[in-house]
Write a protein of this length. Structure first.
Ligand code: HEM
Ligand code: HEM
Length: 133
């Protein structure tokens, strides 16, 4: 059972990092376009694509790479899905709000809450399962 969990964690760690680097690519292109076109109202979207997308996902992926026991645990799977479902909802709806459509604010709240609950699972997971491989 322990082996199965660790094998799953080892399989998933590169997936975290590949998703992270896609967010980096999107975030950097977004930053360039935003800077060139002077549309700074989108800075919070750019910031969170890079920080909650690239930085947070890459850090989680590296931690789970070092500790596949945590990455492959069911808490790690729930963390993976909540972050990767909540974050796009948060970012796309924040983009819509920053385009002047305040009606999308409740959707921002839903996406942000899903991602934040994911971080709660991350926290519990690290407290319970973080051990050197
Ligand atoms: C070529 C890459 C990038 C470009 C062209 C770029 C461009 C920009 C621009 C134009 C702004 C708005 C500044 C303003 O409102 O005055 C900004 C803000 C910001 N960027 Fe980037 N960015 C890049 C990469 C990154 C990366 C890799 C990160 C994080 C890992 C990042 C994090 C942020 C943050 C947090 C803000 C908001 C700063 C604040 O609140 O004042 N950016 N960026
Ligand atoms: C679910 C998690 C998160 C939520 C819901 C959230 C929400 C927010 C909100 C509502 C703002 C204010 C935006 C505005 O002024 O219009 C903000 C700003 C900011 N947040 Fe987050 N945040 C989250 C996670 C993070 C993380 C993990 C980081 C860093 C690793 C971060 C870095 C920042 C920065 C740098 C700003 C200032 C951006 C700017 O001025 O453009 N946030 N965040």
């Amino acid at each position: 059972m322990e082996n199965f969990i660790e094998a799953r964690g080892a399989r998933m760690a590169p997936i975290w990092l590949k998703i992270a680097v896609v967010y980096l690519l999107i975030g950097v292109i977004f930053g360039l376009v935003m800077g060139i076109s002077h549309q700074f109202q989108y800075a919070p979207v750019h910031a969170h694509v890079n920080l909650l997308g690239w930085a947070t996902l890459a850090l989680a992926g590296l931690i789970y790479w070092l500790c596949p026991r945590a990455g492959g645990h069911w808490l790690g799977l729930v963390h993976f899905w909540l972050h990767n479902i909540g974050l796009p909802i948060f970012l796309i709806s924040l983009f819509i709000v920053n385009s002047g459509h305040a009606a999308a604010i409740p959707v921002v709240a839903v996406g942000a809450t899903i991602a934040a609950v994911g971080i709660l699972f991350f926290t519990v997971n690290l407290f319970l399962n973080l051990k050197k491989a």
